[in-house]
Structures are given as C-alpha cells and as structure tokens.
Design a protein around this ligand. Structure first.
Ligand code: PMP
Length: 291
C-alpha cells in the first residue's frame, strides 16, 4: 500500500504532511473542545462541500467558540489544497476548530479566537457496491442535556468507537444505534434509511443524532423523483420488517445493508431498487451541482 498523502492548512497556508497544530495548554487538548466536519473529494467532485463548511462553524458555536473562517473562504482554501493532489485521487476533507488556552483550570473556554486547521488525507477510492452487516449495540446516543449532540464534536466519537468495536467483535460491520428512548437513531458512522412497501422511511431528527448532510440530500433527491419519503419514529422491529435498508454519509454516499442480525435483505442485482435509484440520483445531482 502507498502511504496516506496528508496536507494541512494551518496559520494561513498549506503545509505538506501532518503538522502539529495544538499546544499543551490549549483548552481543547485537555478538555476535548474540538469540532470537525468531513467531506469527500472523488471523481473531481466534492458534493455539498459548502454545507459541510457551514456546519463546522455551527458545531464550533455549539461548543462556545466564535468561528472566524467564513465558510465560503473555507471552500476556496479546500480547493486550493485539492489542486495539490492528482485529479483521480480520493481525499477526505476535514476542517476543525478547537478551544485555545483559557488559563489554568478554566473549564469554560475563553472568548479567544479558536484554533483552526483543515486536514486533507488521501483515501482509497471507495467501493460503491460493498454492502454492510449490522447488529445492535448496548451503547446509545446521548441526549442534548447530557452532551453536545447538536455539534459534530470530537468528544462524541469515543462512544461511537465503542459501538463499532462491539459490533466488529461480534463479527458485524456496524451497529444500529438507539436513542435514549430505545428507538433507532442512526449507526455509529452514518444515517440510516429503510424501505417498506415502496415507502422510504428514516428516523425523525430528535436532537440526539447527527442529521446528516448526505441524508438531507437523499431525502430531497428521492422526493423530487416522486418517491414517498417520511421521517418518523422507527423501532428495531420496523427494520426487521423492511424490504431494503441503506446507510448514508459523506464517505460512502449510499451503502446497501445486507443483514441486520439474523434478518437478510436481498442486495443482489434486483434486490434493492430504491438503494440503487438513490445512488443514481445522487451522482446525477452531484454532477450538476458546483461547490
Ligand atoms: N452520523 C454520524 C455519527 C457520522 O459520523 C456521520 C458522518 N459525518 C453521519 C451520520 C453522516 O453525516 P453526513 O452525511 O453529514 O456526512
């Protein structure tokens, strides 16, 4: 394998490689005040890049930071960095903010300008056909009163890591994760949809899980295509009774689900027509959109 090709935008310019950005006294380093967003560049396209840059600023505000980089400027900086990669490269785009020093023992972050960087990392070209197998997990999404669930915050992800590790230890790829009430929220890394009797269903955002940018894009595309798409409360049993299940996220766009525990879904050439239609609509939209 070839090594990952990393570029970092920090302190006003692009650097080759993975550069140090945090200081020992930075508030974010010891109290976890970090936010990020993730977008994917592939096939010369970075779909919804502006939306991801807008969201990282919203995430920063949720952690009491005052973001100082305009999302449109961020998009320009990212494209400048992407030009340093071969045109056929696939690259993960990660803008990040973190709280800077606030003085010893200060739990509330200073109003000082937060740290900011953008990290680009080359990734293997994702396979569009890979399907995943899901299980359940005993770990749940926190509620807004107990964590900053309204942000894409680094501090939420150790919980997602234990969900994934638990699922993988059981021989699955990922887990369907419950919210505080026990209804399905999302997976450890992506949002989830199911199809039943021709209707597309996805958990209604209730403040406990990331209401994904790719999720919103698929809802818009499928609705415009004439499908019935409904956001509603969904249980694990609803997923057992589904005709098809798919995941959405910036990394894989649409991922077919072949199994949920002992329930198998047909992901063969005729088995998941809505999943395949969602993928086709996504790429038609992406080719015509420009960020
Ligand atoms: N849920 C979680 C926990 C995620 O990490 C991601 C990936 N960012 C998503 C959902 C999908 O969100 P998006 O479509 O905005 O990438």
């Amino acid at each position: 394998t070839t090594g990952t090709d990393i570029r970092t935008w920090f302190d006003g310019r692009w650097h080759d490689g993975d550069v140090p950005v945090m200081n020992a006294a930075d508030h974010g380093a010891w109290l976890g005040g970090t936010v990020f967003d993730g977008a994917r560049y592939a096939y010369g396209l970075a779909p919804d890049l502006l939306a991801h840059c807008v969201r990282v600023n919203a995430s920063a505000r949720a952690l009491m930071m005052v973001p100082h980089i305009d999302p449109r400027d961020m998009v320009g900086i990212v494209w400048e960095g992407l030009r340093r990669y071969p045109q056929d490269a696939a690259v993960y785009i990660r803008p990040m903010y973190w709280t800077r020093q606030s003085g010893p023992g200060a739990i509330v972050p200073a109003a000082a300008e937060p740290g900011f960087c953008i990290c680009l990392e080359s990734i293997p070209m994702p396979s569009e056909d890979a399907s995943v197998r899901l299980t359940t997990t005993r770990f749940r999404r926190p509620v807004i009163e107990s964590s900053v669930v309204n942000a894409k915050a680094g501090c939420l992800y150790p919980n997602n890591a234990r969900m994934l590790a638990e699922a993988q230890a059981k021989g699955f790829d990922n887990a369907l994760v419950a919210d505080a009430l026990g209804n399905v929220a999302e997976t450890a890394t992506a949002n989830v949809f199911m199809v039943r009797d021709g209707e597309v269903l996805t958990p209604v955002p209730n403040g406990t899980f990331l209401s994904g940018i790719t999720r919103a894009r698929h809802i818009a595309n499928l609705t415009a295509d004439g499908m019935d798409v409904r956001e509603t409360v969904l249980t694990f049993d609803d997923f057992r009774q589904a005709d098809e299940v798919f995941l959405t996220g910036n990394m894989a766009k649409v991922t077919p689900v072949s199994d949920f525990e002992d329930r198998h879904y047909d992901t063969g050439p005729n088995g998941n027509p809505v999943t395949r239609r969602a993928r086709q609509l996504y790429w038609e939209w992406a080719a015509s959109a420009a960020d």
